[in-house]
Design a protein around this ligand. Structure first.
Ligand SMILES: Cc1cc2nc3c(=O)[nH]c(=O)nc-3n(C[C@H](O)[C@H](O)[C@H](O)COP(=O)(O)O)c2cc1C
Length: 351
């Protein structure tokens, strides 16, 4: 066994990294500057590539490789219920109960990202395989053909899970790493808390497990290790860094809110997702009958959300954010943050 202060776990050897600390793939936020800084500092940065076209993704991968030659990952979404393509279905309108918000974004710029279809996800995957990306992470389900294709190209596969049943199924499918993410997390969530989920998943599978959801400091990383994980997968804490490509207003709001500043809402993708509590999420309360399945829900609200998001209107758009934001107090360079997390984890484990 390595001594406490090395923080080495088998997952470090699996990926050739110094510390078992992963910067989570966050769509549009963990791009080359952030993922590259974390990998360069000895962790593992994962590009949040869901919103990228295939061409943009290739550019991000190459930009990251100009920052560091250390291992990194790419996060994509392959939900089983997305359509192959958009077909000829009519584009849904913004629901009536949101229309009076439109004048507040009139004139602002911000183009919607490409809608998530299987066609796009497969094109993104193709780029990852051609570029020989070390790690592919999938957030909303991992089909077995995906694992086969990745392994054929020498790419390892991680999958994010919210319960033990999914973890066991993914182990069967041959994934190399399981991220056990509790409902404290920013973005898509299940119903089980991190404290309950991590030991349950660690007991149920032999595959290495990372703890995720609500981890913002070394105490949280140490807790994940004690609960049976081999490392931590951290999202929200990395938004409040200089390199994150989030809007400054999002970073500032994360520093301002307390632990009750977020809410689980289906208002952006149609699936439950933890986001900043604001006027947009309030308007959707009790209106589930207006929700559409993926990818139509996102398409229906993008005329409002895309410009509001691009311009940092944190009260009007969808801003995925975890409950851990209540304990985030500063915006710092990502490399410094990683060093701080390592020192705090060592101190917590020594205590
Ligand atoms: C702004 C933001 C965007 C995210 N986008 C994605 C995404 O595109 N794909 C994905 O699999 N997970 C996404 N997530 C979830 C993260 O990968 C990660 O699991 C989560 O942030 C961990 O919880 P934490 O925020 O409490 O650290 C996102 C999270 C945030 C906060």
């Amino acid at each position: 066994m390595a001594p406490h202060n090395s923080l080495k776990t088998p997952v470090c050897d699996l990926f050739g990294i110094e510390y078992p600390i992963f910067a989570a793939g966050m769509g549009g936020v963990t791009m080359a500057p952030l993922a590259g800084a974390v990998s360069a500092a000895g962790g593992l940065g994962v590009l949040g590539a869901t919103f990228c076209t295939a061409k943009e993704l290739r550019e991000e991968i190459r930009a990251l490789r100009r920052i560091t030659d250390k291992p990194f990952g790419v996060d994509l979404l392959f939900p089983s219920d997305i359509p192959p393509d958009l077909g000829s279905r009519e584009i849904p309108r913004l629901p009536d109960f949101l229309r009076d918000l439109l004048p507040r974004i009139t004139g602002l710029k911000g183009a919607p990202p490409p809608p998530l279809t299987l066609e796009l996800a497969k094109a993104q995957l193709q780029v990852c395989l051609e570029e020989k990306v070390p790690l592919l992470v999938s957030g909303l389900g991992t089909p077995s053909w995906l694992v086969k294709q990745c392994h054929g190209a020498g790419t390892k596969v991680a999958s994010i899970v919210g319960n033990v049943r999914q973890a066991k199924r993914l182990e069967q499918a041959g994934v190399d790493l399981i991220v056990a993410q509790g409902l404290e997390a920013g973005g898509h969530v299940g119903t089980v808390t991190t404290l309950v989920l991590v030991p349950a998943v660690a007991d149920a599978v032999k595959t290495p497990v990372l703890a995720a959801g609500g981890i913002v400091d070394g105490r949280g990383i140490a807790a994940g290790l004690v609960l049976g994980a081999q490392g931590a997968w951290i999202g929200t804490r990395f938004i409040a860094t200089k390199e994150a490509t989030a809007h400054d207003n999002h970073k500032k709001r994360i520093v301002e809110v307390d632990e009750e500043g977020t809410v689980v809402s289906r208002s952006y993708t149609g699936k439950p997702s933890r986001v900043l509590k604001n006027e947009f999420t309030d308007r959707w309360k009790g209106r589930d009958q207006h929700l559409l399945p993926m990818p139509w829900q996102r398409i229906s609200v993008e005329t409002l959300v895309a410009p509001a998001k691009a311009n940092g209107l944190v009260d009007l758009a969808n801003f995925p954010t975890g409950q851990g934001s209540g304990a985030i107090r500063d915006i710092v360079p990502a490399g410094n943050l990683l060093e701080r997390l390592v020192n705090e984890t060592r101190a917590a484990l020594d205590r």
